[in-house]
Design a protein around this ligand. Structure first.
Ligand code: UT7
Length: 320
C-alpha cells in the first residue's frame, strides 16, 4: 500500500509586496533582489493567521478531491510560524473544515515540512492504521522575519498549500528524508528564551536569523544529491520524470540543481518570482498551480524535493 495525492489546493494572501515596496523602508534594490534570488514580489498577510490560511487551502484541496471532510482520518500541519505555541494548529484546521473523525498534529521541519508530512502519512497508510489524510504546509513568515534585516526579509512570503492523500496501490514510489543538527545555527528563530520565577527574566520572542551563504552552499550541494539518490534508489532515469518540483528558495539554487543534474529548466517549474520563499507551503502551492494550469496528468512521474532549517531535507518520487 502506498500514498496517492487525490486533491490539491492553496491559498495566498491578497496583498502583494513588491521589491519596490520594500525599497520604501529598507536599504535594498529591486535589481539586486531579482538577480540574486529571482523574486519580484511576495504575499504578506494583513489579517489571516497561519491556521486560517491553512484551513482555506485545505477546503480547496478537499473540494478538488471531491471527498467529505468526515472521511479524513489524519491532519498534519507543517509549519514553523504557527499562531500559538499550543494547541497544534492542525486542530484549528480540523474545526474549520469539520473533519470530525480526524486526529491532528503539527510538525516542524521548516521548508521540508510538507514532504515530511507526506512521508508520515505514507507510514500510517503502510501500517493500515489510516486511509485518508490531509497534509498542509502553511506559513506566516512575515511575522517571524526581522524587517530591518535585508539579508533575510526580502526572501520570504506568506501562504498555504494542502494535499488530500489516500492509501492506494499507486502513488509514492520512493521516499528519502534526512537531517543534520550540527547545521541548525545556519537558519534559526529563537522561541521564548528561558525566563521564569527563578531568574526573573521576562521571556521574549526572537526573529529569524540566517547565514545566507552557508544555507546557499548547503542547498546547491544537497538538492542535486537527494534528487540523484532517489532516482538511483528507484533505478529511474531523469528522462522518465516529467517535473522536478523543488522547494522555491532561490532561483539560483534551482538553476544550480538544473546544471548539476543535467535537467533542463523546463522540467523544473518556478513560481518564486511571485511568492518568494513560503517555506513548508512552497511545494504544495506550486503543485496546485501546475494542476490548475493543466500541467499534470494521471500517471506522470514527479520528484518533489526540498531542504530547510534544521538542516532538514526530503524527496519524494511519485506517480500523479
Ligand atoms: O528555505 C531556505 C531558506 N534560505 C535560503 O535559501 C537562503 C540561501 N541563501 C541565499 O539565497 C543568498 O545567500 C542570499 C539571497 C540570502 C544572499 O545572496 P548572496 O549572493 O549570498 O549575497 P551576500 O550575502 O554575499 O551579499 C552580497 C552583497 C553584500 O554587500 P557587500 O558586502 O558586497 O558590499 C550585502 O550587504 O549584497 C548586499 N546585500 C544586499 N544588497 C541589497 C545583502 N542583502 C541585500 C539586499 N539588497 N536585500
Amino acid at each position: 500500500m502506498t500514498t496517492k495525492i487525490i486533491g490539491i489546493g492553496s491559498y495566498v494572501p491578497e496583498t502583494v509586496v513588491t521589491n519596490k515596496d520594500l525599497m520604501k523602508f529598507l536599504d535594498t534594490d529591486d535589481d539586486w533582489i531579482k538577480e540574486r534570488t529571482g523574486i519580484c514580489e511576495r504575499r504578506v498577510s494583513k489579517d489571516k493567521g497561519t491556521c486560517e490560511m491553512a484551513a482555506e487551502a485545505a477546503k480547496r484541496a478537499i473540494e478538488d478531491a471531491g471527498i467529505d471532510p468526515a472521511e479524513i482520518d489524519l491532519i498534519i500541519l507543517a509549519t514553523s510560524s504557527g499562531d500559538r505555541a499550543f494547541p497544534a494548529g492542525a486542530m484549528d484546521v480540523q474545526a474549520a473544515i469539520g473533519a470530525v473523525n480526524a486526529v491532528g498534529f503539527d510538525i516542524t521541519a521548516a521548508c521540508s515540512g510538507f514532504i515530511f508530512g507526506l512521508h508520515i502519512a505514507n507510514g500510517f497508510f503502510a501500517s493500515g492504521l489510516y486511509k485518508t489524510a490531509l497534509i498542509i504546509g502553511a506559513e506566516t513568515l512575515s511575522k517571524v522575519v526581522d524587517w530591518t534585516d535585508r539579508g533575510t526579509c526580502i526572501l520570504f512570503g506568506d501562504g498555504a498549500g494542502a494535499a488530500v492523500v489516500r492509501a492506494s496501490e499507486t502513488g509514492i514510489i520512493k521516499t528519502l528524508m534526512g537531517s543534520d543538527g550540527t547545521k541548525g545555527w545556519t537558519l534559526e528563530c529563537q522561541a521564548r528564551n528561558l525566563g521564569n520565577c527563578l531568574n526573573g527574566v521576562k521571556p521574549e520572542l526572537g526573529f529569524m536569523k540566517m547565514d545566507g551563504k552557508e544555507v546557499f552552499k548547503f542547498a546547491v550541494r544537497k538538492v542535486p544529491e537527494i534528487v540523484a539518490k532517489i532516482l538511483e534508489d528507484a533505478q529511474m532515469d531523469p528522462d522518465e520524470i516529467k517535473y522536478f518540483v523543488l522547494h522555491q528558495a532561490n532561483l539560483r539554487i534551482l538553476e544550480a540543481a538544473s546544471k548539476r543534474l543535467g535537467i533542463p529548466m523546463e522540467k523544473i517549474p518556478v513560481n518564486i518570482e511571485r511568492y518568494g520563499n513560503t517555506s513548508a507551503a512552497s511545494i504544495p502551492i506550486l503543485l496546485d498551480e501546475m494542476k490548475r494550469d493543466g500541467k499534470l496528468e494521471t500517471g506522470d512521474k514527479l520528484v518533489l524535493a526540498g531542504f530547510g532549517a534544521g538542516m532538514t531535507w526530503g524527496a519524494t518520487l511519485l506517480e500523479w
